[in-house]
Each structure stands twice: as structure tokens, then as C-alpha cells.
Ligand binder design. Sequence first.
Ligand code: NAP
Length: 257
Amino acid sequence: MVYGFIGTGAITAAIVTGLCDGSADAPEILISPRNPHVAADLARRFPSVRVAETNQAVIDGASVVILAVRPQDAAAVFADLTVPADRTIVSLLAGWTIARVRHLVAPATRISRAIPLPAVALREGVTPIYPADDIAEALFDGLGGVVTVADEETFAGFAAATATMAAYFTHLRAISDWLATRGVPSGDARRYVAAVFAGLTGPLRLGRSDFAQLAHEHATPGGLNERFLASLTEAGAFDSVRAGLDGIAAYLASRSR
Ligand SMILES: NC(=O)c1ccc[n+]([C@@H]2O[C@H](COP(=O)([O-])OP(=O)(O)OC[C@H]3O[C@@H](n4cnc5c(N)ncnc54)[C@H](OP(=O)(O)O)[C@@H]3O)[C@@H](O)[C@H]2O)c1
């Protein structure tokens, strides 16, 4: 099995790192030459990675082709490429349905979609996959695991959920900015908030996902966390999260039509 990546950017670097870093039996990987700096760095770090001369050479030399260019570049990139029918395609193109990808890679028909996140570099990213495909699942299984999704609309929900990360950091920023308005030097405020939230990842990294229970454990009855949670709930902060996700899901649906 040779994995070939069309588009060597941030997410390709993360996947290749997860597959190869410290691994005694890293798979053979062909990457496209662009971005040249990212490609050269990956080939330097990992002996099983080779930089192909062209995108076509990646497709010709790989049995599994991973589409990892930016969505807006995909049509132009594939206009000149020929994909043999026997290639397995794993598309990372955000918002591109299977039907749309099929046009891009015809006559190849074995196509699945995946939403890996940068944590795959550390083998800690759970990757949604649609539809079920043992080759796509094997690719991401060792990088933190997979969630195989039954239908494409549900898969789009996972894509929407990934839109919440910048808001998470803005939440932390609001807290540290507020602390700074109380006279704490802003560097100290940021360092403190980073440490508070880094500490909270412990249970998550151990596999706990019982968020209601975790919230309960961090909200002493009558305590400050309980009061703060109640004030955000009453202000509609979590209704806004749900409404924002609905909006993102609707946006994704309109783009895929
Ligand atoms: N980053 C994520 O966390 C993430 C997660 C899930 C899915 N995705 C999806 O994965 C895809 C890549 O995202 P990314 O974050 O890795 O983007 P990125 O860092 O911008 O990487 C895209 C790469 O494609 C290269 N490229 C542009 N034109 C090309 C061409 N004609 N031939 C070959 N390569 C070309 C770019 O090279 P230049 O730098 O020279 O332009 C760049 O290295 C997107 O479709 C995105 O929706 C990303």
C-alpha cells in the first residue's frame, strides 16, 4: 500500500507525521512537490516519504490517493490529472460531497471522505469517515481512531462541529483580557488562563467524554463555577452555540448543492 498526497500543506504534514514519527514500520508515502518547503521537510524527517516530481506522478505511484489541496483549488488541480479506476480516493476537501469528488477523480469510484484534525500528528485525532471504507479507516485508525458515519448529512455535522475551535480560544481570550482589566499584567493573565485550561484536558486525554458529569464535578454546589455557569446559561450562551452550529450546518448544506 502506497499513500499518495495531492497537496502538501498543514494537514498532509500532520497525517504524514502521525504515520511516520517514531514508527519502525512507517508506510511508503509519496507527496506532491507543492508546498516545496513542507514537502522537503517531510522527506528529510521521514525515510519512507518521497517527493514526487508532479501531481500525476503521485497518482501513478500510489494505490491510495489523498486529496489535500484547498477546496477552491481542487477543480483546477485535477483538470490536468488522470486518475486510474483502481485507485482508492480519500478526500479531505471540506464541503465537497462524494458526488462532487466523483467528477473530479473519474473513472475512480472508490471514494471516501475524512475530516482529520491536526492532532493526528500526535496520533490523538479521532477522524470522521464517510462512507465506511476499510482502507480509509486503516489510514486513520492508528492516528487516534475513527468514527465511521452512516450518511453524508451526519458527516456534515462533524464538519460543522470543527468550526468551534476559534470560538474556544476567544473564550479563553475573553477571560484573560478580563483578568488584565483587573490589573494583572496581560502576559501573566494569558499564562494563567492557559494553565487552567491545559489542566482541564487531563480527563479528556484519558478518554472521558461525559461532559455533563465533568461540568458537575467542576461545579461545587453554591460555588463560583456553578454561579458562572448559571449566568452564561441564563444569558443564552449555550443556545447561541447551538444556533451557531445550525447556521454552519446550513451554510455547508448550501455550499454542497
Ligand atoms: N488543516 C486542517 O486541519 C484540515 C482538516 C480537515 C480537512 N482539511 C482539508 O484539507 C485540505 C488541505 O488543507 P490544509 O489546511 O492542509 O491547507 P494548506 O496548508 O493550504 O495546504 C494546501 C496545499 O496544497 C498546495 N497546493 C496548491 N496548489 C497546488 C497544486 N496545483 N498542486 C499541488 N498542491 C497544491 C498548497 O501549496 P502552496 O502552499 O504552495 O500554495 C498547500 O501546500 C483542504 O481541502 C481542507 O479543507 C484541512
